[in-house]
Design a protein around this ligand. Sequence first.
Ligand SMILES: NC(=O)c1ccc[n+]([C@@H]2O[C@H](COP(=O)([O-])OP(=O)(O)OC[C@H]3O[C@@H](n4cnc5c(N)ncnc54)[C@H](O)[C@@H]3O)[C@@H](O)[C@H]2O)c1
Ligand SMILES: [Fe+2]
Length: 383
Amino acid sequence: MSERGEDDVSVFPSGVWRYPTEIRFGVGAIAELPSAVKSAGIARPLVVTDNGLAGHAMIADARARLEAAGLPTALFSQVRGNPVGADIEAGMTAFRDGDHDGVVAIGGGSALDAGKTIAMAARQPRALFDLHVSAGGPAAIDGSRVAPMVAVPTTAGTGSETGRAAVVTDERVHEKRIFLHATMMPKVVIEDPQLTVGLPANLTAWTGMDALAHCFEGLCAPELHPFSDGVAVEGLRVIKEFLPRAVLDGTDLEARGMMLAAASMGSTAFQKGLGAIHSLSHPVGARYDTHHGLTNAVFFPYVIVHNRASIHEKCDRLAAYLALPKGGVDGVLDWILTCASASTSRTPWRSWGSTTPGWTRLPPPPRRIRRPRATPCRCSRPT
Ligand SMILES: NC(=O)c1ccc[n+]([C@@H]2O[C@H](COP(=O)([O-])OP(=O)(O)OC[C@H]3O[C@@H](n4cnc5c(N)ncnc54)[C@H](O)[C@@H]3O)[C@@H](O)[C@H]2O)c1
Ligand SMILES: [Fe+2]
């Protein structure tokens, strides 16, 4: 009998993938958490989750599995959505005080990013906000002091589980800061579709729009990186097929599993770069504490229109691959508008299959943006 038990093979294929890191994938994969933690070299894990999931049965279940395997745990859950520096500092203290040697992060992007940052920063000699990419950057991080971590995503969107980056808001200046280092890639990822079944429909849609934005911005980023482009295009196909299913029926394990895969594909693809959707979404999220995926959904169509002149060849190929009813940028835009309006509307799910673009339901773009990043077409820099 496998670690996952006998009933895991009947529903949906499982597997172990080793790109871009080791991913143990499939229904029941959570049973492999203890062996994953041991193979990551962790003996005394700090379990990190967010304050919304702290009392959830899946956290107690994961800790029970670890304890039963001889891995004593402590729980740190003072992590809010859009985690801030104070959350990370408290987690770093818990990590040091408990003499932990690694992190098991369970949750959405907020919990995973918090866990990654705690594991990275807890034993660094420098202050937390001296280490982000716009300050010291990767060169300021001592890789030998980064603790190993295992990631267990319970949303399917950010792809934090398969990325080298974490996003934390510096609450003193209301800016999202990115921490990036090769050693921040989780050693092992557990992707079990059953863990995402309880995610409500709105959060399923919003997080899915984040994965969609990652694949699309990764594809459209101008640098040469054919590997990323291939992952991005297939990620977009998976999302087109499975995101509506996951939203409409949260118990659809195939859709849940494929969206977990697509989320990991998104962060793999955006190693090449992101674009103006994220450049707009990050400052708005830092200032107004909006959900990241929802904010992306609002900006997404406007950024496509802005970039139209530079992305038409990629959109031609993408529209053909996705078999969209209309070709080119307009075909992609119609599809994205359908997704974005279904995700942001108050009555979204009935209209998910609609082919009517939803411009009128989208709020206007912000008047001010700060620090626009590299993007296919240059953004202006309003003062
Ligand atoms: N590291 C990266 O590359 C990267 C990429 C994109 C976004 N992010 C960051 O990730 C964060 C957003 O993450 P998110 O979109 O996953 O949302 P989230 O982690 O903030 O979670 C949203 C809500 O869903 C709840 N939740 C999570 N899983 C659940 C489940 N299975 N059942 C029921 N409720 C559940 C959480 O408790 C929380 O209340 C932001 O801080 C964003 O900046 C990071
Ligand atoms: Fe994102």
